[in-house]
Design a binder for this molecule. Structure first.
Ligand code: NAG
Ligand code: NAG
Ligand code: NAG
Ligand code: NAG
Length: 444
C-alpha cells in the first residue's frame, strides 16, 4: 500500500446500448492511498490534484469476435456491421457528455470505435500502444478450438489459471497488468479532467482492476461485453466465454419516498411512484430466469420490490412464459437491513453473514442451477460485491450503485467456486425511469 494524500479520481467504465454494461457504468471513486502496489516493484500512481473522471469503453463487435478467433494484440480484424451500430449507440449515449480528451488503442477495431464515438469533437484522438489488447503470442489468429488442439495444456491454463498462463516465454496477464499501470500514469498525469478511453476487453479489465487495487488473479472476474452492450445482463456473452446457471442477482430496492426527502433513517417508507415502476420493470426482466429464493431486507421498499418480483415469477405460467408453475421462496433478513447502522464495519460484518446465506441458498439441489435474488439498500450490495471479490472493507468506498439497478454474479464452477461479476449497476431495463448513465459534473 502507498499512502499519498490525494483527492478522489473517478473511474467510470463502459456504457452501452440503451445503457447497460456488464461491469458497466462502473463509476469508481478511488483514493490513490488505497491502491495496493501489485508486485511491490510497481511505481506508485502519480498523485492527482483534482478529481478526474474516466469512461472506459470496449470496442464494438469485430470480425474475429464473430468468428470466435483469438485476437490478442493482432490488427487484422475490423468492426462488423453490428460493431458499427454498437459504436453509434455509444456515440448517442455520450453525445452530451463533456470530455477533454480521448485515448484509444491503436488497433483498428478500437480506433474505429473511438472515431465513431468521438464524432464531431475537435480534439485529436490520442492513440497509445499501451492500450492495445493483451499480447497472446502464438495464440493470436487461432480459432478457439484450434488453440485447444494445438496448445492443450497452455490453453487449459489460459482458461483456468490465466495469471500463471505462459506462452513463448511470456506471462501475458502479468505483462498486461504492468501495462495497465503504465496507462494509468499517463491518464492521471494528462491535463484533462474528463477522459474517454476506448480499448479492449482484457486491457479494460486490467485498468479497472489496477485502479481498485486488484491483482492478476482477478482477471476475468470483472466482465465487459462489446461496447458494453450485452443482449441480456444474465447471458454469458462473448466476453465471459463461460456459461453458468448459478447466479446471485443483487437488486437495489426501488426509489422510495425517503430518497427524495431527507436521508433520515427514522420511520419506514414505501416505494414511491418511480420505485413502483422500477420494481415492476425489474420483475419483468427477471422473468427470463427461474428464481428460487428472494431474500430481502426488512424495509418496506425492499419488501415491496421483493413481492413484485415473486408475484411476476409466480404468474409466469399464467402468462405463458413457462408451463411449470413456479414457487418462489421469500425470506426476510434482519442482517440485510442497515437502516440503523451507518457504520461501515457493521454493514460489512452483517453482509458477511448474508453472503454465506446466499451461497447456501445457491447450493440447493438443482440440475439447471439456481438463481437467488437479494433485495436491499445499495450500500449492502456494495459490501456483498466486496465479499464476492474477497477484498477488505476499505474497498467499499470505491463504488456507488443506482437505485433500482441490478448486479449479476455468476458462479461458473458452481456455488463452491468463485464468483464472477457479470454486470454491475445494470439499469437498461428501467429505460426512461433510470438516471443518466454518466455524470456530467464531478461532484465527488
Ligand atoms: C451506477 O450508476 C449511477 C447512475 O448512473 C452512478 O451514479 C453510479 O456511480 C454507478 N455505479 C457504478 C458502480 O457503476
Ligand atoms: C492497425 O491498423 C490500422 C489500419 O487499419 C492502422 O491505422 C494502425 O496504425 C494499425 N495499428 C497497429 C498498432 O499496427
Ligand atoms: C480499419 O480497416 C478498414 C479496412 O479493413 C479501413 O477501411 C479503415 O479505415 C480502418 N480504420 C482505421 C481507424 O484505421
Ligand atoms: C481471501 O483472502 C484472504 C487474504 O486476503 C486469503 O487468505 C483467502 O484464501 C482468500 N479466500 C479465497 C476464497 O480466495
Amino acid at each position: 500500500m502507498i499512502s499519498v494524500a490525494s483527492p478522489l479520481f473517478l473511474l467510470q467504465t463502459s456504457v452501452a446500448a440503451s445503457r447497460p454494461s456488464p461491469i458497466g457504468t462502473l463509476f469508481t471513486a478511488v483514493r490513490s492511498s488505497s491502491i495496493s502496489q501489485e508486485g511491490g516493484d510497481a511505481a506508485p500512481f502519480p498523485p492527482i490534484r483534482v478529481a478526474k473522471r474516466v469512461v472506459l469503453v470496449r470496442h464494438g463487435q469485430s470480425t474475429w469476435n464473430e468468428e470466435g478467433r483469438i485476437q490478442g494484440s493482432s490488427n487484422f480484424s475490423v468492426l462488423t456491421k453490428k460493431g458499427e451500430v454498437q459504436a453509434e449507440t455509444n456515440r448517442l449515449m455520450l453525445l452530451h457528455d463533456t470530455f477533454d480528451a480521448c485515448f484509444a488503442s491503436p488497433l483498428n477495431r478500437s480506433k474505429r470505435t473511438a472515431e465513431v464515438i468521438w464524432g464531431a469533437r475537435k480534439e485529436e484522438i490520442i492513440t497509445d500502444s499501451d492500450l492495445r489488447e493483451i499480447d497472446l503470442y502464438s495464440f493470436q489468429g487461432l480459432l478457439k478450438h484450434e488453440g485447444k488442439a494445438k496448445f492443450g495444456v497452455a490453453y487449459l491454463q489460459w482458461q483456468k489459471d490465466p495469471a500463471n498462463f505462459n506462452i513463448d516465454g511470456h506471462y501475458p496477464v502479468r505483462e498486461l497488468w504492468t501495462r495497465a499501470r503504465s496507462c494509468w500514469t499517463k491518464i492521471l498525469t494528462h491535463e484533462s479532467r474528463s477522459l474517454l478511453v476506448v480499448a479492449h476487453n482484457a486491457v479494460n479489465q486490467a485498468l479497472v482492476a489496477t485502479a481498485i487495487g486488484l491483482g492478476t488473479e482477478y482477471f476475468r472476474t470483472l466482465l465487459q461485453s462489446n461496447c458494453g452492450t450485452p443482449s441480456s445482463p444474465f447471458a454469458a456473452g462473448s466476453s465471459g466465454g463461460r456459461s453458468s446457471r448459478n447466479q446471485i442477482i443483487l437488486v437495489c430496492q426501488g426509489s422510495s419516498k425517503r430518497d427524495c426527502e431527507d436521508n433520515s433513517p427514522a420511520g419506514d417508507v414505501s416505494l414511491d411512484m418511480l420505485g413502483i415502476i422500477q420494481s415492476q420493470k425489474t420483475a419483468e426482466l427477471l422473468l427470463d430466469l427461474k428464481v428460487k429464493t428472494v431474500v430481502s431486507s426488512l424495509t418496506l421498499a425492499s419488501i415491496e420490490t421483493a413481492n413484485s418480483i415473486s408475484r411476476v415469477q409466480e404468474a409466469a405460467d399464467v402468462l405463458g412464459a413457462n408451463s411449470v408453475p413456479r414457487c418462489v421462496e421469500m425470506k426476510q433478513m434482519e442482517d440485510l437491513d442497515i437502516r440503523n447502522d451507518g457504520v461501515l464495519t457493521v454493514v460489512w460484518e452483517k453482509s458477511g453473514k448474508v453472503w454465506k446465506l446466499l451461497l447456501d441458498e445457491l447450493s440447493g439441489e438443482s440440475e439447471t442451477g439456481n438463481t437467488v435474488v437479494a433485495v436491499a439498500d445499495p450500500a449492502v450490495h456494495i459490501a456483498l460485491l466486496g465479499h464476492c471479490l474477497n477484498v477488505t472493507k476499505e474497498w467499499m468506498g470505491s463504488f456507488h450503485l443506482h437505485a433500482g439497478s441490478i448486479s449479476v454474479l455468476d458462479f461458473p464452477e458452481g456455488p463452491a467456486g468463485r464468483g464472477v461479476i457479470r454486470c454491475i449497476n445494470y439499469t437498461a431495463h428501467l429505460g426512461r425511469w433510470s438516471l443518466p448513465i454518466t455524470r456530467s459534473i464531478l461532484t465527488d
